[in-house]
Design a protein. Structure first.
Ligand code: FAD
Ligand code: SF4
Ligand code: SF4
Length: 455
């Protein structure tokens, strides 16, 4: 049994920088089967403990070994309503795969790639999700159609609840649609998973800003329970001079305009004015998505990050892909002022070098500015990817309890308001798809217990 995983195929970097098509091509039948045979079928599988939604990993891999892909999909569907998404974007190396016993000596099993393979086969072959139960007469409203809301909706629909999702944007999927670029997560995949929820009877109302078109209070009166999964879509800025110049964006804005509004096409309603040299400030996954998207628009695209390569918070794989695509990494540098011309267009930045210090209490190395290093960096586009916080439009007029950081206070998933539950980034701050899904699942369970008095 090989200690080395079967490598998935990739689109060549010289080709992919000219298109938005998916970079990772996934396993074919033979590759998936070969990889599945590496799994030891552990009696006490550590991998399952690493999965926030506890997918029965050895069980679904066994089905692949037996060439029963429909069976594998049924196993995964018991725990996850978005397997084609998670197989692609879960940080597996920190979750299920980090716990796989095979990783102690060689490569862990490629659990994410196998999950993606099964989910893609389910889409191609129209395998259905678990059967719908008879309606139980209870109605639940879900605010926000990101992974938290979709998962909560799916789990409740499977238990016979009548579920309606309210979404402010024109398409359902949250960050999966407007944030994560097509080349990492094709929108047709998200649509397939959303459609499969609709086939369970979930109603999705788009273009409805809760807080304005309808209030939380009104939803509370109309429904037996409400789940709030409105995410953390409010971008942070640095607060430096010149940040309000033309051609300074947040990563969320640039990604939304590219993903949702095709803003890179000249006939788009709100076309992006493309620069020649763009700097994305930040070193996380969102920064990588933004910079790689800009590269695909033909722009010379740089990352500027105040710490070093070791400290980059983005997934290693994303950094590797970005480098292959020719992204320039300007590390240990920080902008202190944005410079503009008479029309308030960006002409460049004043930048200082940064010096790494000791590891602090938070486990990260401190950084300080080298005051003598101030220099000019020319550019005509700047994108801030410095993190986000929750936007609480949906909660307007309610007196729901929030933390000092503006996060919704919950006990498990119950908020301070009667029959109002919450989960995902709106509760934790910016996190991951699978953690949002885990919260959606927990909320569905608590809603069921509360409304039906049963588990
Ligand atoms: P969201 O996905 O943010 O969904 C919230 C939804 O609520 C949105 O659709 C929003 O429009 C809607 N909404 C907000 N206010 C209202 C209102 N008033 N009325 C109606 N609807 C409302 N995680 C990973 O695991 N892997 C990755 O590779 C990854 N990459 C990422 C890349 C980017 C660019 C970003 C921004 C995030 C990424 N994440 C990734 C993080 C992950 O996407 C989030 O943690 C996750 O989507 C949170 O899910 P959620 O359901 O809580 O919120
Ligand atoms: Fe791993 Fe994510 Fe799949 Fe769980 S959902 S098995 S953590 S890839
Ligand atoms: Fe298979 Fe690894 Fe899980 Fe063991 S820990 S069952 S080898 S995936």
């Amino acid at each position: 049994m090989s200690d080395t995983k079967v490598k998935g195929r990739l689109q060549e970097s010289s080709v992919r920088i000219h298109n938005f098509e998916e970079v990772e091509l996934g396993y074919n039948d033979e590759e998936a089967h070969e990889e599945s045979l590496r799994c030891l079928q552990c009696i006490n599988p550590r991998c399952v403990k690493g999965c926030p939604v506890n997918i029965a990993i050895p069980e679904f891999i066994k089905k692949i070994q037996e060439n029963d892909i429909k069976g594998a999909y049924e196993v995964i569907s018991r725990s996850s309503s978005l397997p084609a998404v998670c197989g692609r974007v879960c940080p597996q190396e920190k979750q299920c795969e980090s716990m796989c016993v095979k990783g102690l000596k060689g490569d862990a099993i490629s659990i994410g790639s196998l999950e993606r393979y099964v989910a893609d086969q389910a889409i191609i072959n129209h395998f259905n999700q678990a059967e719908q139960k008879e309606k139980n007469g209870k109605k639940v409203a879900i605010v926000g159609s990101g992974p938290a809301g979709l998962t909560c909706a799916g789990d409740l629909a499977k238990k016979g609840f009548e579920v309606t999702i309210y979404e402010v944007l024109q398409k359902a999927g949250g960050v999966l649609i407007y944030g994560i670029p097509e080349f990492r997560l094709p929108k047709r995949i998200v649509k397939e998973e959303v459609d499969s929820l609709k086939s369970l009877g979930v109603k999705i109302l788009t273009d409805v800003p809760v807080g304005n078109a309808i209030t939380l209070d009104e939803l509370q009166k109309e429904y037996d329970a409400v789940f709030v999964g409105t995410g953390a879509g409010l971008p942070k800025f640095m607060g430096i001079e010149g940040e309000n110049a033309n051609q300074v964006f947040s990563a969320n804005e640039i990604l939304t305009r590219i993903n949702l509004m095709s803003g890179y096409q000249e006939d788009a309603k709100t076309p992006i004015k493309k620069g020649k040299i763009a700097y994305v400030i930040g070193g996380g996954n969102v920064a990588m998505d933004a910079v790689r998207s800009l590269k695909r628009l033909g722009i010379e695209a740089h990352i500027m990050y105040r710490r070093g390569e070791e400290e980059l918070p983005a997934r290693k794989l994303e950094v590797e892909h970005a480098k292959e695509e020719g992204i320039v990494f300007d590390l240990l540098k920080n902008p202190v002022r944005i410079l503009t011309d008479e029309k308030n267009n960006v002409t460049g930045m004043e930048v200082v070098n940064m010096v790494l210090g000791e590891v602090g209490e938070d486990g990260r190395r401190s950084v300080s500015e080298d005051q003598d290093s101030l220099h000019f960096v020319p550019c005509d586009m700047i994108v801030m990817a410095l993190g986000t916080s929750p936007n609480h439009e949906a909660l307007k007029g309610s007196n729901i309890a929030l933390t000092d950081r503006g996060l919704i206070v919950v006990e498990e998933t119950k908020t301070s308001l009667d029959n109002v539950f919450a989960g995902g980034d709106a509760v934790t701050g910016a996190a991951t798809v699978i953690l949002a899904m885990e919260a959606g699942k927990k909320a569905a369970k608590q809603i069921q217990e509360q409304l039906l008095g049963e588990e």
